[in-house]
Structure formats: structure tokens, C-alpha cells
Design a protein around this ligand. Structure first.
Ligand code: ADP
Ligand code: MG
Length: 141
């Protein structure tokens, strides 16, 4: 099934100059960007995005990290885009991520793990509208 998912190259990915590398992996694996922008979240905006994790011990540190520098936010389109993106990213903890995945290869630790990807159709929809309005989403074959 063709799906859309939200992908973020986190501040560590941008600092490490991995924008091109990450997008290349997506394109090579059938995930096509249909919307894209670079922005620097405020702490409040990062808290809004990660509201689902409010109350968890890592929430404050995570949202400080996510607002520590520019990020690249994208909508990716493709067959099973949500699951495929999660597969290319690898497990949350880079040490537990499969060999060859983005997080395994480039992530420093369980927090600073280079990329975000939606985990289900409902969260993909919520996350997409958090960052993009309909005029910013392109149609691509
Ligand atoms: P994922 O990004 O793989 O969907 P989660 O939704 O569980 O993982 O967590 C969101 C983000 O919060 C992670 O990508 C990571 O940056 C951070 N995080 C998750 N668990 C921890 C933890 N135990 N300690 C520090 N940061 C964490
Ligand atoms: Mg998640």
C-alpha cells in the first residue's frame, strides 16, 4: 500500500553533514520526498512534536536536543513507507540497530540517533500536519 510518512534528520544528523547521505538512502530504497524544509525548532515546538513522550525521563533532554540546531523535515512517499523508513533507520538505540542501518552507522546514543520516522499511519498523519500544510506537499508519480 502506498503511504506517506514523516522523516526528520535530527540536529546531530545535520551537524554531521549527513543530509545528503540520509536522503540518498531514502531515494535508493524507493522513498520519494514529496515535501521538505529545514527549520530550527524552539524548545516549545519540540515539546509539542514529542508530546506523546511527555512525562518520560528523557523528555526534557530529548526536546532540548531537538531544539539544539537545524533539522530537515520531509514527507516521504512509497510502498509501505512507514515500515520501510523504520527499517532503513534501524532500532532506536544505535547499539541495537541492525548493521547497515542509518542509526547503527551514524548514531551516537539512544537519544542522538540521527533520524526520526513515524511509527504508524495515525502518527504519520498527525506528524505531517504538525509541519506541513497542504500547499507544501507536492504530487509526484
Ligand atoms: P523512535 O524514534 O525509534 O520511534 P521513541 O519514539 O521511543 O523512538 O523515542 C523518541 C526519541 O526519543 C528517540 O528517537 C530518541 O531520540 C529519544 N529516546 C527514546 N528513548 C530514549 C531513552 N531511553 N533515553 C534517551 N532518549 C531516548
Ligand atoms: Mg517514535
Amino acid at each position: 500500500m502506498e503511504e506517506k510518512t514523516l522523516s526528520i534528520i535530527k540536529p546531530d544528523g545535520v551537524r554531521k553533514n549527513l543530509i545528503g547521505e540520509v536522503i540518498k538512502r531514502f531515494e535508493e530504497n524507493g522513498l520519494i520526498p514529496v515535501a521538505m524544509k529545514m527549520l530550527h525548532l524552539t524548545k516549545k515546538e519540540a515539546e509539542g512534536f514529542y508530546a506523546v513522550h511527555k512525562g518520560k525521563p528523557f523528555y526534557d533532554s530529548l526536546t532540548t536536543f531537538m531544539s539544539s540546531g537545524p533539522i530537515v523535515v520531509m514527507i516521504l512517499k512509497g510502498e509501505n513507507a512507514i515500515e520501510l523508513n523504520r527499517k532503513l533507520m534501524g532500532a532506536t538505540n544505535p547499539e541495537e540497530a541492525e548493521e547497515g542501518t542509518i542509526r547503527r552507522q551514524y548514531g551516537d546514543n539512544i537519544e542522538q540517533n540521527i533520524v526520526h520516522g513515524s511509527d504508524a499511519p495515525e502518527t504519520a498523519e498527525t506528524e505531517i500536519v504538525y509541519f506541513f500544510n497542504s500547499l507544501e506537499v507536492c504530487s509526484r508519480p
